[in-house]
Design a protein around this ligand. Structure first.
Ligand code: DGY
Length: 329
């Protein structure tokens, strides 16, 4: 099904890109760009309709490229380029069975996401949510024994998933005086762990010893619901849990129970399941749960780099060239 040359390739883009990448997209001459003109992603029906005639798709993680979307692929589609490192929203096997290549954006968001992980860890440890509420309510001022958090000096850091973001998080937190770094995951990574002095342990051991638990692994069949009742019960009552990976790795009902029962000290989540959480969700108002709206990679620099990489991948896919980052390659 070689695309006919009678019209330029059509590149469907499901939302507006950050300014510099948007300018680049608008200046492309060798493709016809059909873009949803909003910061929010294209409605589902519009996406399914647009796929029929597309040669390439640039999408984001709120666009589900599932079996239904794959059914809607037209014969010309050659590439799905997601503006994200994670691709759990893409049914990889179904897409690849259709001969469509998948691009993602590893590497360029490592620093921003690790920064956010540290931000959340500090917010949790220093009870920033309560302190902000106190100050904004006109209370506070110096209270000798009030609003006491914990500090990282001498503490054990547990990283679930020692990939790029996990390593960058550990490297940022070590200078805070962390005494021990442990990590868990599908296998040991001596080459990454050695410079950080990190020890490979089982997940139960990590949860037992860590004061700060950072979830930095992808969402897969193996990690969905990984942090449930049992896992939370085995953590220290003084521990904090930080999730900047994917919401579905943590069972939210179990987390709420654990916070209510004082089984852990604080949870800080950049990601939730679903996103956004319904406005009445009790985790949003819980004094010991901090929730951010998936801003891990949200800096001008990083989101522009992600969008540029996604454009590169999409053009390479449409033109049949090697991609900068291709899933499964
Ligand atoms: C990703 O790219 O997968 C991140 O979650 C975006 O912040």
């Amino acid at each position: 099904n070689t695309p006919s040359l009678s019209r330029p390739p059509v590149l469907v883009v499901t939302c507006q890109l950050p300014a510099l990448a948007q300018q680049r997209l608008e200046a492309l001459t060798d493709v016809e760009v059909r873009q949803h003109g909003s910061l929010q992603s294209m409605p589902r029906a519009a996406l399914l309709g647009a796929l029929a005639d597309a040669d390439g798709l640039i999408c984001v993680l709120s666009d589900r490229i599932d079996a239904e979307a794959v059914q809607a692929f037209g014969p010309r589609l050659r590439v799905v380029s997601t503006v994200s490192v994670g691709y759990d929203h893409v049914d990889v096997a179904a897409v690849q069975r259709r001969g469509v290549r998948i691009g993602n954006t590893p590497g360029v968001l490592t620093d921003a996401t690790a920064d956010t992980t540290v931000l959340l860890a500090l917010m949790a440890a220093r009870r920033a949510k309560q302190a902000l509420a106190l100050a904004e309510g006109g209370g506070g001022g110096f209270v000798l024994a009030g609003e006491l958090g914990s500090q990282f000096t001498g503490k054990a850091l547990g990283i679930i998933g020692l990939g790029r973001i996990g390593c960058a998080t550990a490297a940022r937190l070590l200078p805070f005086g962390i005494a021990r770094v442990v990590y868990a995951g599908s296998r040991a990574h001596a080459e990454r762990a050695t410079p950080l002095g990190a020890e490979y342990v089982t997940l139960p051991e990590l949860l037992r010893v860590a004061d700060i638990v950072c979830i930095c692994c992808p969402l897969t069949e193996q990690t969905a619901g990984l942090i449930g009742r049992g896992a939370l019960a085995s953590m220290k009552p003084s521990a904090i849990l930080v999730n900047t990976a994917r919401g579905a790795i943590v069972c939210h009902d179990a987390l709420l129970e654990a916070l209510d029962a004082g089984r852990i000290a604080h949870a800080a989540l950049d990601v939730t399941d679903p996103e956004p959480l319904p406005v009445e969700h009790p985790l949003l108002r819980h004094p010991r749960c901090t929730v951010l709206p998936h801003i891990g990679s949200a800096t001008e620099e990083t989101r522009s780099a992600m969008a540029n990489l996604a454009i590169d991948n999409a053009l390479a896919g449409i033109q049949g060239r090697p991609m900068v980052a291709e899933v499964g390659e």
